[in-house]
Design a protein around this ligand. Structure first.
Ligand code: NAD
Length: 536
């Protein structure tokens, strides 16, 4: 994979003296091995300094107000639309995915997330009245304020190197935060491109800063004086970050891995569902958190379904993502190819049938793996338990809906799932029984492009949400502001207690909550005097 300048390459060993042995990273095109650029890693000192600058800059940024920040987002959206070709090309060069996927799953997702924030940020974040239901507290005006955290740290992965950080950065910024982004060491250049687009749109330099680096730079950011962290990446790193964050109760959003099941019911359209399985498992060479990683098919459809998938997988064109005919690009690194190989080998040795692919495509380069369809898999196999994150579609059968739900839920992950059926009500009923942050009926993955929809998982797939109203609300603290409308009056419940007051208050509770009107009336008489009693 040769991600780092060779002379200084050392695997980052968290918590050891080697942490900052690597001071430069190289961005490499995974399809060709070409070095696209080399960058210095930010160390703890640079991270601390960046956070300090951001803290100062955030005060004025917040004072600009939401409407001014929305204007900047609109400007950013316009610039991005004009530059879509060069941004998408840069994504394909750095991450390998086909250019058309860079346009649709990265640039378009960001354009639409900007659209959502432009249309909705003000109404979601503006001050809101909070009416009170308790009659005892009616003489008060309650309001909800949404205040920015201050400085938000964002740590992002390489698989969607533009759309993941950009959607989170835009939400954090529009809410009035300053942001420090630590992008993946494998895709730093596209993060720097995001930085220059946002700065060109009018975001001040210290309000949004990108700090390139590996794990230790991320760890330094977690330990810095940031006010909240939004992390997207693997479960292992997420757990490590959550432990560090817990020491100082740093709030975190964790968007982690998935092992998404696809359930194909006996009434599903075989041709449509098999095409969906193939696209869902192989888009971005299977390196999507929402990839179809487990496929369960009703026994009635199983044999023709696996054949259809294998047939479609064999037809896919694998190559350099810059070639317009390419459907599957390279994997991000040879290390990732080895993980995929080990899952396929383990499945094969335990009795799975390899119906398509199953091997590297060495003639194309060290990072290419053939789209692979495995049949007759089971839950003892790593390919059905661990995140494969590669172009592998493992398929098995089930006999009834209850078994399908049980198999779908038999996983430590819970990011997303899909159910395939001609009967929408049946699909939705099963969706309610599946433990996942999102369940789609008759589609896969496209939920990520719905800017209104929340994105996030349950179980080991994470905490909190990104995207939509819920992603925006992660970027603000909720403050309750309350003004008393009768400031010259002492409150009924203040000191000056006694036996009579106790009886009056018993009556008061009956007045508020007793059911028959007769009881309420009696209670009103019993409790009314409390208003005029002498208070301390
Ligand atoms: P990763 O966990 O290896 O790295 C993610 C980021 O964390 C990188 O920027 C990395 O440098 C940084 N990092 C590594 N060690 C760190 C540490 N100790 N402290 C702080 N930061 C550290 O994940 P990856 O390989 O880049 O991405 C793939 C994973 O991300 C997969 O598991 C995938 O499912 C998951 N993912 C999840 C979502 C989601 O929305 N749920 C989206 C995309 C990817």
């Amino acid at each position: 994979m040769a991600r780092l300048s060779a002379a200084t390459y050392t695997f980052p060993q968290m918590g050891t003296d080697l942490q900052f042995a690597v001071s430069r990273i190289a961005s490499i095109n995974p399809a060709t091995g070409e070095v696209l650029g080399e960058l210095d890693c930010a160390g703890p000192t640079e991270v601390r300094a960046a956070v300090a600058r951001a803290r100062v800059a955030q005060i004025e940024w917040n004072a600009w107000g939401i409407r001014s920040r929305v204007k900047i987002l609109r400007h950013f959206q316009g610039i991005l639309l004009t530059r879509k070709h060069e941004v998408a090309r840069r994504i394909t060069q750095e991450a390998g995915k086909p250019y058309v996927e860079s346009l649709l799953t990265e640039v378009m997702v960001v354009l639409d997330a900007a659209r959502f924030l432009i249309e909705n940020a003000f109404s979601i974040l503006r001050e809101q009245k909070l009416p009170h239901g308790n009659p005892a507290l009616k003489a008060k005006a309650g309001r909800i304020l949404h205040e920015p955290y201050g400085v938000i740290g964002i740590i992002s992965p390489w698989n969607y190197p533009f759309s993941i950080p950009a959607t989170e950065v835009m939400s954090a910024l529009v809410a009035g935060n300053a942001v420090i982004l630590k992008p993946s060491e494998l895709t730093p250049l596209i993060a720097l491109e995001l930085q220059s687009l946002l700065r060109e749109a009018g975001v001040p330099d210290d309000v949004f800063q990108v700090l390139p680096g590996e794990g230790p730079t991320g760890a330094a950011l977690v330990k810095s004086a940031i006010d909240k962290l939004v992390f997207t990446g693997s479960v292992a790193t997420g757990r490590r970050i959550a432990l560090t964050a817990a020491e100082r109760l740093l709030p975190v959003v964790l968007e982690l891995g998935g092992k998404d099941p696809m359930l194909v019911l006996d009434d599903a359209d075989l041709d449509v569902a098999s095409s969906a399985a193939v696209w869902g498992a192989f888009v971005n060479a299977g390196q999507a958190c929402l990839s179809v990683e487990r496929c369960y098919v009703h026994q009635k459809l199983y044999a023709p379904f696996v054949e259809a998938c294998a047939d479609k997988a064999r037809k896919l064109r694998v190559g350099n993502g810059m070639d317009a005919a390419t459907e599957i690009g390279p994997m991000i690194s040879e290390q990732q190819v080895r993980v995929v190989e080990s899952h396929v080998d383990d499945a094969r040795s335990r009795g799975a049938r390899v119906l398509a692919g199953g091997t590297r495509l060495r003639e194309l380069g060290p990072t290419f793996f053939a789209p692979t369809v495995l049949a007759d898999v089971d839950h003892r196999m790593r390919v059905m338990r661990e995140e494969t994150f590669g172009p592998v579609l493992p398929i098995t059968s089930f006999c009834d809906d209850a078994e399908a739900v049980r198999l779908a839920n038999d996983s430590e992950y819970g990011l997303a799932a899909s159910v395939w059926t001609r009967d929408r009500a049946r699909g939705e009923s099963m969706a309610r029984q599946i433990q996942a942050g999102t369940v789609m009926v008759n589609d896969v993955l496209s939920c990520f492009s719905i800017s209104e929809a929340p994105h996030g998982g349950v179980k080991a797939s994470g905490l909190g949400r990104s995207h939509g109203r819920w992603g925006l609300e992660e970027m603000v603290r909720v403050k309750y502001l309350d003004s008393d409308l009768m400031p010259r009056m002492k409150k009924v419940w203040w000191f000056g207690y006694g036996g009579e007051f106790t009886l009056e208050m018993e009556g008061f509770l009956d007045l508020l909550y007793a059911r028959p009107l007769r009881e309420k009336m009696k209670a009103a008489v019993r409790s009314a005097r409390a208003v005029w009693r002498r208070k301390l």
